[in-house]
Design a protein around this ligand. Structure first.
Ligand code: PGA
Length: 236
């Protein structure tokens, strides 16, 4: 594992964007696994700049996102599809038809989740997976659990996740109680993992995840078994 501590959110974002840009430059048809949340917004903005400068070309890239709330239509500003369109896809020259976010409004969620895994498999897996980490150790919406769940699946969100994400909604009751998330198999089979973490409040969980026991109670701890993980952390 490579662990970088940098002294600002700006530096974390630039470094993460450079790693993603390097991936796309060296393999123009890369499959990127993408994340939402407040942490990667700066990374995405920087990728937008790199693309505008002509340094990176996303025209052959395909993306698969980690997760989506259940029941929020794509027009809802809090849906992760809306987030991705706004914070990344509208800033780069990607073909929207090559961007995939689980459909949390699918009439048959079971079908949706199994098709999502099949899609990732057909794409040949993920070349680089960008991750954040939740205060409870979640990656995607893989919440603390008794087991590591392999496939894409529907989850009931942890109360701490609902509280943490309430800042994006008018009131906590508006945060959906369920979500769909990529499972551990697609994440662990990604060739490279890049995790961005900001804020002193994440330091404790970061230590547990990477230096504590590997346990589904700290979902990110499974990454200790991955051969190519880069973590960029800033206290800011
Ligand atoms: P955050 O979320 O970037 O908003 O802190 C990270 C996560 O929950 O994975």
């Amino acid at each position: 594992m490579k662990f970088f501590t940098v002294d600002s959110y700006e530096k974390m974002s630039r470094q993460a964007a450079n790693i993603i840009a390097a991936q796309v430059i060296s393999k123009p048809n890369s499959v990127l696994g993408l994340a939402t949340g407040s942490t990667p917004i700066g990374t995405y903005a920087r990728l937008g700049e790199l693309c505008a400068q002509g340094d990176v070309d996303f025209s052959e890239v395909t993306t698969v996102n980690l997760d989506e709330y259940v029941g929020l239509p794509v027009e809802n500003e809090q849906s992760y599809r809306y987030f991705m369109n706004k914070n990344l896809f509208s800033l780069i020259n990607i073909d929207l038809a090559h961007t995939f976010v689980p459909n949390g409004c699918a009439p048959d969620i079971e079908k949706e989740v199994s098709e999502y895994d099949l899609r990732i498999e057909r794409l040949g897996g993920i070349d680089l997976q960008l991750l954040g980490i939740g205060i409870d150790g979640h990656i995607g919406f893989n919440e603390p659990n008794d087991v590591f769940v392999k496939e894409t699946h529907e989850v009931v969100l942890d109360p701490s996740t609902i509280t943490a994400n309430a800042r994006f909604f008018e009131k906590e009751e508006d945060v959906p109680k369920k979500a769909v998330t990529m499972g551990m198999q697609a994440i662990m089979q990604a060739k490279k993992i890049l995790m961005v973490v900001n804020g002193k409040k994440k330091e404790e969980i970061l230590k547990k995840a990477f230096f504590g026991p590997i346990t589904p109670q700290v979902p990110a701890s499974i990454l200790q078994l991955h051969p190519d993980v880069t973590v960029i952390y800033t206290e800011e």
